[in-house]
Design a binder for this molecule. Structure first.
Ligand code: C6P
Length: 414
């Protein structure tokens, strides 16, 4: 049986684990040790129940029908919006646009605000540690508009070089788009500094919150970012749902993303009047069931408390770092002073994929490869890493198992 760690004050990890039915399963005959939370987190029973209750109790299309089921589905869907608004500290519910995930949120901004506001010669700044989702949409936009993409370099710890960022900023800068937390290294970026500096030159700022929303307390008003995108599935919720936050004053001026039902007020063959916020950006029937269940995920996080989650995950990160460093020839990639619970490493002469396969034979799930951050891997001159990423239900015992699994794998591969 998996031992819950007797650590974090106020956090009963053993009880939390019982809320996640998948943690009971065996993989290759061994208890599952799930350390791939940065890819997607597991789901508590309350989320699974919310999805089942929706489909077995009140499945209907929303915002259209006047029958009971349609009203219940609409109310539940809109309650998710309110919970998401509170979760990131947005001012009003009109600023919460439901998307398919972080990727779609970033693309929405690139295709709407970007097409409207980026012109030839303008500059967009991203950073050297971005996920492909926060690189490619800007490359496409820059190519189309003949704009210029600039990159904040990183140092050998995997931290942004802020002096270089300051040098890149100018009156040509129209947008700065950076990750709050690096998915591949765990680096927590100083986004408040970045946002203030970008605003000083009149640029807008998009924060990719895919990895921060589950670990850090998010207050978009305090950050003062213009856009913030995150995914439900990394916050213990279902896949296929995300949130794009945008300041109301900016969203109001942007053109629509997709055309169709829901995003209109009135259509004639001559002219269409678009719907109000946030529906203007939510064309077509959305992913209703998963959005409803997303609320249960946010409720779960709120019930445990972000502070408690972070404290527990910090303890796991610290323990994992010191234990992993005792393995000969293991090098941690990403040693920033400010890190979330992601730990990436390489071992001399052993391919990350081989390690991943042998760990899986012991029931241990990690991610191996470039983590959709190829330019970052190129900076470190490596093809990829092994990445262990922790969630609220992980334990010290599981880290011991990871270390033991690695030692066993090294013996086999050496
Ligand atoms: N990172 C990982 O294993 P989506 O796929 O749209 O939910 O999220 C995309 C995304 C954007 N930005 C960052 C910083 C991310 O980490 C991710 C998703 C996963 O690291 C899957 S590639």
């Amino acid at each position: 049986m998996i031992q819950a760690a007797p650590i974090s004050k106020g956090l009963n990890v053993e009880a939390i684990r019982k809320e996640f039915p998948i943690l009971e399963r065996l993989v290759k005959g061994k208890p599952l040790i799930y350390l791939d939370n940065a890819a997607t987190s597991q789901k508590p029973q309350s989320v699974i129940d919310a999805l089942t209750e929706y489909y077995s109790g009140y499945n209907a299309n929303i915002h259209r029908g006047i029958h009971t089921l349609a009203e219940e589905a609409t109310a539940a869907f809109e309650r998710s919006r309110d919970t998401a608004r509170d979760f990131i500290g947005a001012n009003v519910r009109e600023e919460i646009i439901f998307t398919r995930g972080t990727t779609e949120g970033i693309n929405l901004v690139a295709y709407t605000w970007g097409r409207q506001n980026i012109h030839a010669g303008d500059e967009i700044i991203i950073s050297g540690l971005e996920h492909h989702s926060n690189i490619v949409p800007w490359q496409i936009l820059c190519e189309e508009k003949k704009a210029v993409l600039k990159v904040i370099p990183i140092n050998d710890k995997g931290e942004l070089v802020l002096e270089k960022f300051d040098e890149l900023l100018s009156s040509k800068t129209k947008l700065v788009a950076v990750a709050h937390v690096s998915n591949a290294l765990g680096t927590i970026n100083p986004v408040k500094y970045i946002i203030d500096a970008a605003h000083n030159v009149g640029a807008k700022v998009l924060i990719d919150g895919a990895q921060s929303s589950v670990h850090l307390d998010i207050d978009v008003q305090d950050l003062d970012c213009d856009f913030f995108a995150f995914s439900s599935h990394k916050v213990y919720g279902p896949t296929g749902v995300g949130v794009l936050y945008g300041k109301k004053s900016i969203l109001e001026l942007m053109p629509p993303f997709q055309g169709g039902g829901e995003m209109i007020k009135e259509v004639t063959f001559e002219k269409t009047i678009y719907n109000e916020l946030p529906y203007k950006y939510e064309a077509g029937t959305p992913n209703i069931g998963d959005t409803v269940a997303f609320k249960a995920a946010l409720d779960f996080v709120n019930r445990i408390g972000k502070e408690n989650i972070k404290r527990h995950e910090d303890e796991l990160l610290e323990y994992a770092t010191s234990e992993l460093l005792q393995i000969p020839d293991l090098k941690i990639i990403g040693t920033s002073a400010e890190k979330a619970s992601v730990i990436s490493f390489v071992i001399d002469r052993i391919h990350p994929q081989d390690l991943g396969i042998l760990l899986d034979n012991n029931g241990i799930a990690v991610r191996t490869g470039h983590h959709c951050a190829q330019p970052l891997m190129d900076t470190f001159c490596i093809p990829g890493t092994v990445r262990a990423s922790f969630a609220v239900y992980n334990t010290i015992h599981e880290i011991d198992e990871l270390v033991a699994g690695l030692r066993k794998a090294i013996k086999m591969l050496a």
